[in-house]
Design a protein around this ligand. Structure first.
Ligand code: 5GP
Ligand code: MG
Ligand code: MG
Length: 180
């Protein structure tokens, strides 16, 4: 599997160091507030799993699965909820955990949805941010690493469901795409 990687963009060590820093910042932001930490499946899973262990104050967490509609609908910002939360967001401080923000379509929809459902506050933490891809008005409150406008895999991020279990973030060799 690792032979398919052309270049490592963020190493395992860099990720773990950054996750500890983010956990500290989140602890300070939410001390005494009992936020609802919302992970967006499936990409958030490794990041979320590591991150929550670095948050040193009480939190509740839940997961949500969403998918964007086809190209034609991207500009309208329409997103389909595949699995909704089990927890009410009304009156809660929400922290959304994402693997990467590209166009921002998904998060733009979710931030509006949670406000509409009566959340007290909505913030975003993302491991990776690809600002060059942005078309929707979304800014992460906390972002681990800025990445170039390249397709990345690893640490939750997939290429046709593979590579999510890599402990680092990298770019695939071109022949891997050509084989598909
Ligand atoms: P957005 O709505 O911000 O365009 O899309 C964000 C979602 O698209 C991410 O949560 C992720 O699932 C997927 N995505 C965006 N960029 C990449 C990338 O470089 N690699 C992979 N594997 N997925 C990406
Ligand atoms: Mg995602
Ligand atoms: Mg994907």
């Amino acid at each position: 599997m690792k032979d398919d990687i052309l270049e490592v963009l963020v190493s395992e060590e860099e990720i773990q160091e950054k996750v500890a820093e983010l956990g500290k910042e989140i602890t300070e932001m939410y001390e005494g507030k009992f936020p609802l930490v919302v992970g967006i499946l499936k990409g958030c899973l490794p990041f979320m799993g590591d991150l929550i262990q670095k948050i040193d104050t009480h939190i509740e967490f839940d997961m949500m699965d969403v998918s964007s509609y086809g190209e034609a609908f991207v500009s309208s910002g329409e997103v389909k909820i595949v699995k909704d939360l089990n927890t009410s967001v009304a009156g809660r401080d929400i922290l959304i955990v994402e693997d990467i923000i590209d166009s921002g379509t998904t998060l733009h929809y979710l931030v509006n949805l949670f406000h509409h459902r009566g959340a007290k506050s909505v913030k975003i933490v993302t491991l990776l941010d690809k600002p060059e891809g942005r078309t929707a008005d979304v800014t992460a409150d906390l972002a681990g690493f800025i990445v170039p406008d390249k397709f990345v895999v690893g640490y939750g991020l997939d290429f046709i469901e593979k590579y999510r279990n890599l402990p680092f973030v990298g770019v695939l060799k071109p022949e891997v795409y050509q084989g598909e």
